[in-house]
Write a protein that binds this ligand. Sequence first.
Ligand code: FAD
Length: 324
Amino acid sequence: MAVVGAGIAGLACAELLRRRGWQVRLFDKGRGPGGRMSTRRARGWRFDHGAQYFTVRDARFARAVEAWRRAGVVARWDGEIVVLEDGSRRPTGGGTERWVGVPGMSAVCRHLGAGLEVAFGTRVERLERAGESWRLTSAAGEQLGRYDAVVVAVPAPQAAHLLAPVAPGVAARCARVDMAPCWAAMVAFDRPLELGFDGAFVHRSALSWVARNGSKPGRPPGEAWVLHGSPDWSRDHLELAPEAAAERLLAGLVAACGGIERRPVFLDAHRWRYALPAEPLPETCLLDAGLRLAVCGDWCAGPRVEGAYLSGRAAAERLAVPRP
Ligand code: FAD
């Protein structure tokens, strides 16, 4: 089987397929596993610039998280989380248990991907039927092999693009899911800011969230911050240059905290074009049993790490039935 996308959905799917005895090959256009759970390294700094933490609601996901905890790849983040609004600060409701990958969010995906065959730096551009099987071609024109079945585990708009020529009905369902963008600024200072919190939901601002990366367990010390633009702000400023986006988000942090005197020693930004689904589909995954095609991701089960994991598992379970 082939799995397109080595984010947590694709990896959870491939890992279960392999345990059920299937031979699986994954393809990802990125340089490493994780997708939106990636960790960015830059000039000695490290930033979780996508997913910040994850929560656990489902019993199956809870079992996976417990296994990851025992393997040392996740830990609880007990940071001080607040709400910032119009210059004031208040505590969050509390009671939320937050988990993070250790030493970075991508650790979970690296762990899931250990022992799986993944071709990185490979953008799948075309899926075609060749008799009873699937043929995959990369954006560079390389033939990527023939497969019995295919799992597409990429954000909905990208899945729609890949599937339109070959499975138009499934593609149309993917195309209906809108995914909001998110500008993420990565900011480091040479001395602690001592803001008195580790993470904050920011209201009525260009920002939606800020976090002190070093406050999460297993991170190197240092004052590295991640600042997320709100969906509306990110959409309105989608075409900004990264430097300009980073400066604007930094200005948002300064305003939300009532002033920060210091200039950062590192500042960059990353644009997540498809960050979060506005309204996920109700199905846990999409399946065309006749074509032996499954489609999964956080835009199916739920707009979070947990939803993506459960969607990938559901795709494996539904696809891994023997041919009639
Ligand atoms: P992805 O992680 O997007 O994986 C898809 C993979 O497919 C990527 O690696 C991509 O490179 C690859 N790909 C795409 N197209 C192709 C192609 N044609 N060929 C080959 N490879 C391809 N969730 C939480 O639970 N808590 C949070 O705090 C949180 N914060 C977030 C903050 C931001 C800024 C973002 C962007 C997301 C956040 N999320 C959060 C959501 C969470 O990151 C996602 O729900 C989850 O990681 C999605 O996993 P996935 O496998 O479905 O997709």
